[in-house]
Design a protein around this ligand. Structure first.
Ligand code: F6R
Length: 611
C-alpha cells in the first residue's frame, strides 16, 4: 500500500526511481511523484500512473544522484496533483514521502496551524513534513534529530523517506508499521517499501525495524532507534531474481501467475517431501514441533484470500490432525479481547507478510505464551520475522493484485502441516499419511491439465460477462473456494458476487435467483456431492443458470447444469487446489472482456499496510 523508492550514490537517480516506481506500482497507483536533489530539491508529481509522471518530467532537467519517489494509494485526501507525494514543508526545508497513516494528524495539524503553518493538501503526510520542520527551526537541531523528536509525537504507522534542503547528499528514513528495506551497493544505497526495486542492483539488504531511523549517504548507513540508541544493521542476502518480475509473454501478471501454479505448488513442497513419499519435513517448524504436537487448539488469523486459505486449513487440521481450529479475520481479532493461552497455536497467513491487521493480531497474542507461526510468501517480511517459527510458501513473487498462486501455495503448506501433525499426533495411520503425501505430489500435473482447458472457461466467461450479480456455491472443504471464487470475480471485474455454503442458499440468497442469475457451483464427486446436486436442483427450479465444476467422468451433471467445467479426480483433501483454478480463469477473462485493468483493479493495492 503506497510504494516508496529512494536512491543515493554515484548514478543518476531519476531512471532508478522511475523503474523502481514501476516495480512498486502494484502497491498503489492513483498518483506518483519524485523529488530530486539537483542544485536544490525539485519535485515532479501528478495524479495518475508512473507513465503520467514520466510524461510530466519528460522535458525537465532530471539530473542528480540523490532522490526519492512515491506511488500512492490514497488514504487521506482524494487522488489529485496536490495530494500526490512528495510533500513539502511550508518553508521548503523538508520533502517527505510516506506510506502509512498518522492517526493524530488532526490534532498535530491544529497545533501547527496555531503556530502559523499553512496547509496546501488534505494529507496527513504534509503534517509530518511541517512537524519535522517546526522542530528543526525551533530547536535548531539537525534533520536527523528533528525527525526523531517529531516522530516521538506521532501516533500511527509510517514508512518515511525525508530530504532536507539544507543537508544535501543524504536520505533520512524511518519506519513504524510500514515496511522499508535498505539495499546496500558499492558506494550507493537504495531504499524501498519492498525488495522489488532493489534486486536488480544488489542482493544485500537490511530490513528496518519499527521505530528505527536511518541516515544514509553514498558512503554510510547509520541506524538508530527513535531514542538515539545506535543499532547494528543486520545485513541479509535475498534470493530474488529479476526475471521473476517480468510478465513474459502473458498479457497480465495475473494470467502469468495463474499459469505458474503447477510450478509454484511444486516449489512449495519441493525438498519438504521425502523421495519415497513417506515423510514431510518442514524445517521452519522443526524446533517448535513438540509444542505443536501438544497444542490444544489452533487459531488462524488472516485477511482476504489468505483468510479463505485459512478456512481450508480449518477443514484440513480438523479432519487429518484432529485438532480444533478457529479461523479469525485479523482485523476483528485484534480488537477483541481474545482468550489465548500457552496451549494454543496461532498461525498467521499472509502472502505479503506485511498486512497491518495480521501483524497487529500476532502482536496482540505475543504475551499469551501461545506458539505463533507464520505462513508467508515474502521472505524477510515483518510477519515472518515476528513469529516464533514458520513455513515459507515459496510461490515466487506475486505481482497481480488479485492473489492466485499465493492461495494455492498457502493451501499446500496448510495441507503439509495438517498431514505432518496428523502423523505426529497419530491421528493418521502410516498408510493414510503416505496416501495423502502421494496425492499431494500428483497435484501439479492435475493443475496443468485444468489450465490446458482455459479456452472453454473463456467461452463461458464470454456468455456471462455482462451480468451484474453472481452467486458462488460450495460445500465442505470447497465452501472457502466458493468464497474465493466470488472474491476473484468482484475484485477485478466489479461484478457483485457472493460466496455461500450451498445449503445456506435456502436461508436467504435463494430469493435472488431468477433467469438472470448465474450460479457457479462446485460439484465435485466427494462425500457431499448428492447434497450439492439437490442445491443445484433448487437453483434450476427457479430458472437460475448453473455453471458447475465437476469431476471428470460424471456424466449425470450434464443433465442438470447449463455448463460443466471438468476437473480431474483427486483426493478430497486437495480438491481446493484444483477447484479454484476455473474460477480464477473465469474472473480473469470476464474482467479482460469488460475492459478492466486486471493487474491494478480500482481502489485496491497489493500489500495492505494500513488498517
Ligand atoms: C485478494 C487479495 C487480498 C489479500 C489480503 C491479504 O485477491 O489479494 O484479499 O489476500 O489483502 O493479503 P496478505 O496475504 O498479503 O496478508
Amino acid at each position: 500500500m503506497c510504494g516508496i523508492v529512494a536512491y543515493v550514490g554515484d548514478r543518476t537517480a531519476y531512471p532508478i526511481l522511475i523503474k523502481g516506481l514501476q516495480r512498486l506500482e502494484y502497491r498503489g497507483y492513483d498518483s506518483a511523484g519524485i523529488a530530486l536533489f539537483n542544485s536544490g530539491i525539485h519535485v515532479y508529481k501528478c495524479k495518475g500512473k508512473v507513465k503520467d509522471l514520466q510524461a510530466l518530467a519528460r522535458d525537465e532537467d532530471v539530473g542528480g544522484s540523490v532522490g526519492m519517489g512515491h506511488t500512492r494509494w490514497a488514504t487521506h485526501g482524494e487522488p489529485s496533483d496536490a495530494n500526490a507525494h512528495p510533500h513539502r514543508s511550508m518553508h521548503g526545508t523538508f520533502h517527505v514521502v510516506h506510506n502509512g497513516i498518522i492517526e493524530n494528524y488532526v490534532h498535530l495539524k491544529k497545533e501547527l496551524m496555531n503556530r502559523g503553518y499553512v496547509f496546501y493538501t488534505d494529507t496527513d503526510t504534509e503534517v509530518l513534513a511541517n512537524l519535522i520542520e517546526d522542530v528543526y527551526r525551533e530547536q535548531e537541531v539537525d534533520a536527523e534529530l528533528a525527525t526523531r523528536l517529531a516522530l516521538t509525537r506521532v501516533v500511527g504507522a509510517y514508512g518515511l523517506v525525508i530530504l532536507c534542503e539544507e543537508e544535501p547528499g543524504r536520505l533520512i528514513a524511518a519506519r513504524k508499521g510500514s515496511p522499508l528495506v535498505i539495499g546496500i551497493g558499492e558506494h550507493e544505497y537504495f531504499l524501498a517499501s519492498d525488495a522489488m526495486p532493489i534486486i536488480e542492483y544488489t542482493d544485500r539488504v537490511v530490513y528496518m525495524n519499527d521505530e528505527e531511523v536511518a541516515v544514509i549517504t553514498s558512503e554510510s548507513l547509520d541506524l538508530k532507534d527513535l531514542y538515539n540508541d545506535v543499532k547494528t544493521p543486520d545485513i541479509k542476502t535475498i534470493q530474488l531474481h529479476i526475471d521473476s518480475i517480468d510478465k513474459g509473454n502473458y498479457a497480465h501478471f495475473m494470467l502469468k501467475e495463474i499459469h505458474e501454479q503447477a510450478h509454484s505448488v511444486t516449489d512449495t513442497f519441493r525438498g519438504r517431501i521425502a523421495m519415497d513419499e513417506s515423510k514431510i519435513f518442514l524445517g521452519g517448524i522443526l524446533d517448535v514441533m513438540p509444542r505443536l504436537i501438544e497444542a490444544r487448539r489452533i487459531i488462524i488469523v488472516a485477511c482476504g484470500t489468505s483468510w479463505h486459505a485459512a478456512l481450508v486449513g480449518e477443514y484440513l487440521f480438523e479432519e487429518y490432525a484432529r485438532l480444533p481450529v478457529e479461523v479469525e479475520y485479523a482485523s476483528e481479532f485484534r480488537y477483541r479481547n481474545p482468550i489465548v493461552d500457552k496451549d494454543d497455536l496461532v498461525i498467521a497467513i499472509s502472502q505479503s507478510g506485511e498486512t497491518a491487521d495480521t501483524l497487529a493480531a500476532i502482536r496482540l497474542v505475543k504475551e499469551s505464551g501461545a506458539t505463533i507461526l507464520g505462513i508467508c510468501n515474502v521472505a524477510g517480511s515483518s510477519i515472518s520475522r515476528e513469529t516464533d517459527a514458520g513455513v515459507y510458501t515459496h510461490a515466487g513473487i506475486e505481482i497481480g493484485v488479485a492473489s492466485t498462486k499465493a492461495f494455492t501455495s498457502q493451501i499446500t503448506v496448510l495441507a503439509m502441516m495438517a498431514f505432518l501433525l496428523g502423523n505426529k499426533r497419530q491421528a493418521l495411520s502410516v498408510e493414510e499419511y503416505r496416501v495423502l503425501i502421494r496425492e499431494l505430489t500428483r497435484v501439479p500435473a492435475l493443475i496443468a491439465e485444468i489450465l490446458a482447458g482455459e479456452e472453454k472457461i473463456r467461452e463461458i466467461a464470454a456468455l456471462y460477462k455482462e451480468v451484474t450479480n453472481a452467486l458462488f456455491l460450495g460445500r465442505g472443504i470447497l465452501f472457502p473456494v466458493a468464497l474465493e471464487g466470488a472474491l476473484k470475480l468482484k475484485e477485478i471485474s466489479y461484478i457483485h458476487a457472493e460466496g455461500y455454503p450451498a445449503a445456506e442458499m435456502k436461508h436467504g440468497p435463494i430469493a435472488l435467483i431468477d433467469e438472470t442469475m448465474p450460479v457457479f457451483v462446485l460439484a465435485t464427486s466427494d462425500k457431499l456431492y448428492e447434497k450439492v446436486v439437490s442445491n443445484i436442483q433448487e437453483v434450476k427450479t427457479r430458472k437460475g443458470k448453473v455453471i458447475a465444476v465437476a469431476t471428470r467422468g460424471n456424466t449425470d451433471i450434464y443433465k442438470l447444469a447449463d455448463h460443466v467445467i471438468e476437473i480431474p479426480p483427486c483426493h478430497e483433501a486437495l480438491s481446493p487446489l484444483l477447484a479454484i483454478l476455473p474460477w480464477q480463469l473465469l474472473a480473469y477473462h470476464v474482467a479482460v472482456m469488460r475492459g478492466c485493468n486486471v493487474d491494478q483493479p480500482r481502489n485496491l493495492a497489493k500489500s495492505v499496510t494500513v488498517e
